[in-house]
Design a protein around this ligand. Structure first.
Ligand code: ATP
Ligand code: MG
Length: 338
């Protein structure tokens, strides 16, 4: 991701005043959409159904032609590129997976390499490599048909197919939408691990704000006509929602969501030793620390470094302090409390 030390392999995407009015409609589906996406950035689009997320995304790879405005990838006008070239540069995971039912998994993943005229061996090797990347054993899965896979496995094939020609840009339209919460969580962490290695420029659509917080470098909260209500890092949006619309999207538990983004090591820890009931690692999140505190009945939790040595303790006040909350210890709150 943008903060990682690996060189960014992605491309810069710039949209300027992009508008799409579908034929026969008066109100545009997307109106004057502008965004500058840095190479290697993972951008999340969140917004309600019908607000224009898919339309905005499909204009980037020209499945839909903009009515006006410009889109460039690394400075090149998307409209001037030939479609094959564009497909090589942009991997696309469509909404609802969209594997071809009559093709095997291997054939599904080979669609773009075939379009690009790769020979059989190169294509076969790539399919095996990609299936391994998404943790599906090629021997088991390559010759199966999509209906013989679970929903989560199909979504992984969708991701593998989009990665086939190693594109610098990936467009992913609710790629994990069809999975249960546990599979989704697993796919998300696999995806983050993968992106750390690949550093692609990714536009990722989701309905799920928590998914946006977990995955995104920046989140665009969109309303009708793909209007950008706020475009910022997850931490900034959670701390300072721009307006009521964004607050509504953030939903309940904004403080907990923020804690989920912050490692325990960021808190000012109390001295090691004393009475503690539970332990937590410095790299775990403050949300996990809070969980441990609740389970320990409020006793401070001992914080361990990567070697398992205690480096301090954490309690509720120290967690609140990270969020800038001024919570007075009960002893000082005096008459305020019953
Ligand atoms: N081919 C089309 N012709 C006319 N109108 C369309 C077409 N495709 C989409 N629309 C309209 O454009 C608007 C935006 O649709 P879009 O698919 O971009 O929304 P979305 O944000 O992706 O929604 P969802 O979250 O449900 O996938 C909607 O009002 C939709 O009805
Ligand atoms: Mg959509």
């Amino acid at each position: 991701m943008s903060e990682s030390t690996t060189p960014a392999a992605g491309a810069r995407i710039v949209l300027k005043d992009v508008t799409k009015t579908y034929p026969g409609q008066v109100i545009p589906a997307v109106e004057s959409f502008s965004m500058d996406i840095a190479p290697g950035e993972l951008i999340m689009f969140v917004g309600p159904s019908g607000c224009g997320k898919t339309t905005t995304m499909k204009m980037i790879n020209r499945i839909i032609e903009p009515s006006s405005g410009s889109i460039t990838i690394d400075g090149e006008d998307v409209l001037s590129l030939n479609p094959n070239e564009l497909r090589r540069r942009i991997g696309y995971v469509i909404q609802q997976i969209g594997l071809f039912p009559h093709m095997t998994i291997a054939e599904n993943i080979s669609v773009v390499p075939k379009l690009l005229g790769w020979d059989k061996k190169r294509t076969r090797d790539r399919v095996e490599e990609l299936l391994a990347v998404v943790e599906l054993d090629p021997k088991t899965f390559a010759s199966r048909y999509p209906r013989q896979l679970s929903g989560g496995q199909q979504q992984r094939v969708g991701v593998a197919r989009a990665l086939a020609a190693d594109p610098p840009v990936m467009l992913m339209d609710e790629p994990f939408g069809a999975t249960d919460p546990i599979t989704r969580e697993k796919l998300q962490s696999e995806f983050l691990r993968l992106q750390e290695k690949l550093s692609k420029t990714i536009v990722f659509v989701t309905h799920d704000f928590d998914e946006a917080v977990r995955l995104g470098d920046r989140i665009a909260v969109l309303s009708e006509r793909s209007q950008i209500e706020q475009f910022d890092t997850p931490a900034n949006i959670l701390a300072n929602p721009a307006n009521d619309y964004v607050s509504q999207f953030v939903g309940h538990g904004a403080a907990l969501k923020r804690l989920g983004l912050i490692p325990v090591g960021h808190a000012a820890l109390g001295p090691a030793g004393g009475q503690t009931a539970m332990t937590i690692g410095v790299d775990d999140s403050l949300r996990d620390a809070l969980d441990a505190l609740v389970l320990s009945g409020g006793l401070p939790v001992s914080v361990l470094d990567r070697n398992g040595s205690s480096v301090g303790t954490i309690d509720i006040e120290r967690i609140s302090a990270v969020l800038g909350a001024e919570i007075l210890p009960p002893a000082l709150a005096g008459g305020v409390r019953p």
